[in-house]
Ligand binder design. Structure first.
Ligand SMILES: [Zn+2]
Length: 447
């Protein structure tokens, strides 16, 4: 049996004593004091210029987050990163852009308030193409609350962020391109707290489809989940015979960005009201969750049509599927076991991890769909630092296996006609073993 453990980040290694810069500690202490004395703004957009005007640092762009910037000395700058509200899940998002009048290496002391370093730095010269830049980290202390970066800068802008910036505009451009296909349409299903559209794609070539429902980006920094979702959806909308067959029987409904305000404002977790949307699926206090719920209920109201699967894309430390505990009444029977087994068969070198007890009692989307709609619900998590090509490969394979398995379900009319004579289909061929009852953060390994 293979095991999988949380990879140790560069910062964790540094904090564990491999390298501890004493200068960093002393500056961090000074900085903490200055923060509590001067305060910092909760909004993440700050424009900063050094005393001599030669270095500028800004987070005033979509997705930017830097709550305070001060010059310590010469080319050393202290940046405070704080969440939109406190306390909050420790997914400390940062994104800023640096430019200098001439080539130099600057030292940036990142100080996290209300969290600690999680996302390894990514850099970009144009805000669109990105590369990993873990090598910029030169020190860390205080359990990752303070991190030192040494960054070569010059006259061309350099973006530095926790993940690739995948803005609401970029996602809209992608979905607009999809709507050029005759079987893809897009509509606004609601508006966010700040009035941004919450959009839904419909992908189908059937007049009377069954449904799968996909959502992403309830949590703004979870970019790898969004990358996986884009690839998954592109596969459903693609040219393969499998996708064509799928669209003749099913409709995929997709909400690519459930939390557009949080993404735009560079939030760590919440919407503009400071609410974690994936804890709002009991009381539905927020317009974003209400809009998606209404569409899900609409699927159920639509005559004889069936909602067959709900998938909510996220990111965490490693790739893992979170599912509700086994329930014999869930439709379609045995689907997740078959799906995960077929993904594992397809990628023998890849670890398909499943946890059926993660946030089991919280107000998450999957818990609500499972409980209220009685439909298979999955939280599909990609790792923060999982190789992006691997994400795309696995997401595409997962989409194909999903289409294949859903097409093997009995057709609606056949099922209705056979209801009294045929037992419920549960053709589980795999020897996959799912262990239940693990705690948060531990993954269950399929074998
Ligand atoms: Zn999440």
């Amino acid at each position: 049996m293979r095991s999988q453990s949380r990879p140790q980040s560069v910062v964790a290694q540094l904090t564990n004593g491999v390298l501890l810069a004493t200068t960093l500690i002393s500056v961090a202490v000074t900085l903490q004091a200055s923060v509590s004395a001067e305060g910092f703004q909760r909004r993440g957009d700050v424009d900063f210029r050094s005393n001599n005007g030669e270095v500028s640092i800004t987070s005033d762009f979509p997705g930017g987050r830097m709550n305070q910037c001060t010059q310590i000395s010469g080319d050393t700058f202290a940046i405070t990163i704080a969440p939109e509200s406190d306390p909050i899940n420790d997914s400390a998002w940062y994104a800023f852009r640096v430019q200098a009048e001439e080539e130099r290496t600057i030292r940036i002391l990142l100080h996290y308030v209300g969290g600690s370093h999680r996302y390894e730095p990514k850099i970009s010269r144009d805000g669109e193409t990105w590369q990993s830049a873990t090598h910029l980290i030169s020190g860390a202390s205080n359990s990752g609350q303070d991190v030192e970066l040494r960054i070569p800068v010059d006259t061309k802008p350099l973006w530095i962020a926790g993940q690739e910036l995948l803005s609401t505009d970029e996602i809209s451009q992608w979905s607009n391109q999809l709507t050029a296909l005759p079987y893809v349409s897009k509509k606004r299903i609601g508006r966010s707290v700040q009035g941004r559209p919450v959009e839904q794609l419909t992908i189908t070539q059937s007049e009377n489809p069954d449904y799968v429902y996909l959502i992403a980006r309830q949590h703004p920094p979870e970019v790898t989940g969004a990358i996986g979702m884009v690839q998954f959806v592109d596969t459903l909308a693609g040219e393969s015979n499998l996708a064509k067959q799928f669209r003749k029987r099913f409709a995929a409904l997709v909400v690519p960005t459930v939390n557009p305000d949080g993404v735009h404002q560079g939030h760590w977790r919440c919407n503009a009201n400071g609410v974690d949307l994936n804890r709002d699926w009991s009381h539905f206090t927020q317009p974003e969750t209400r809009a998606v719920r209404e569409q899900l209920l609409e699927c159920r109201r639509a005559g004889n049509n069936r909602l067959c699967l709900f998938v909510d894309f996220h990111s965490t430390y490693d790739d893992v599927f979170y599912i509700p505990a086994y329930n014999a009444r869930i439709f379609p029977a045995g689907f997740t076991k078959q799906w995960f087994a077929s993904i594992q068969d397809r990628f023998p070198g890849y670890n398909v991890s499943v946890d059926d007890n993660h946030n089991a009692h919280r107000s998450t989307s999957k818990a609500w769909v499972d409980r209220t709609l009685g439909v298979t619900a999955v939280t599909y998590e990609f790792g923060d630092e999982t190789d992006r090509d691997m994400i795309k490969q696995v997401a595409s394979g997962a989409a194909e296996e999903m289409m294949r398995l859903l097409l093997a379900l009995p057709a609606k009319n056949a099922e209705i006609a056979n209801q009294s004579t045929e037992p419920a289909p549960s053709p589980i061929q795999s020897d996959i073993i799912l262990v239940s009852g693990v705690s948060d953060g531990e993954e269950v390994i399929l074998r």
